[in-house]
Design a protein around this ligand. Sequence first.
Ligand code: GDP
Ligand code: CA
Length: 324
Amino acid sequence: MCFVQIVVLAGGVGGARFLRGVRTAVPGAGVTAVVNTGDDVTLHGLRICPDLDTVMYTLGGGIDEERGWGRAGETWTVKEELAGYGAEPSWFGLGDRDVATHLVRTRMLDAGYPLSAVTAALAERWRPGVTVLPMSDQRVETHVVVDDPDTGRQQALHFQEWWVRLRAEPQPSAFVQVGVDAAEPAPGVQEAFDAADAVLVAPSNPVVSIGTVLGVPGMREALLATPGRIVGVSPVIGGAVVRGMADRCLPALGIEVSAEGVGRHYGARATGGLLDAWLVAPGDAAADVPGVDVRAVPLLMSSPEATADLARAALDAAGVSPSG
Ligand code: GDP
Ligand code: CA
């Protein structure tokens, strides 16, 4: 038997929603998600992997749909009790249900299991219907370089502190992937690319989600060796991001906040970039990305049906028929 094999590069909310569309579009396919772990952080002694958890909860039916992250039916007693002790940081939303995930993860990591094995163990409960791989078993943490308003000097903050505590207000001048030099793609990533009929780049943040995944030494080479076509989906529609902080991140790298700008940043596979095809919104149909098959399709993941249609369009651009 020969199932269609698909790899999706993903961050958190945009990646998870797109993955859900891919799962619906090709129910019989083998789907592997390679997920950003640059947002990971240790708080209150707990190892937290926001993008892995968003993917796992979204595909496993445990996500808070409204918020896009965290558990449905969440309560916040632990957070309130920590605040009662004045235990910092108080700005991170650590839900009671979510804490159980972090406790299990931290315990397994402390016992010596690699993150990929821990992720597989957590997925036994959630049964996401796709193989969820962290980009790497090694710790890589994104830091954001900003000007300290008090001293005027540059300062590097953990991504979560910049995004959650400071609400992405200080304009970043650079992003630093702490630990990336010692990282390598997680077990299974190379094999997934080698077997892929298509690799889809989810409409995730091009800098701190997709950029971080691609920054793992060896990742880009492993991806480009895939026999499948590589198709990206723009997270920017009509010059604006749908949600999140990509519009604060792109300018730091000199990338225009537009579907064309992000497409050009990823570049054509034929000329040393990534993409064989690039999906943009109908209003961005004029986007010109030299060497790339630019296709205009509705990009809003506003419903499961709309998202599955988007996934079908991506697979079509990859030359993969959803019926397998
Ligand atoms: P995060 O880790 O939770 O920030 O999520 P991701 O990096 O996976 O995705 C964030 C990106 O998803 C943002 O840049 C958004 O513009 C994009 N996004 C969110 N919803 C949609 C949507 O419905 N359609 C498209 N095309 N992009 C979306
Ligand atoms: Ca993220």
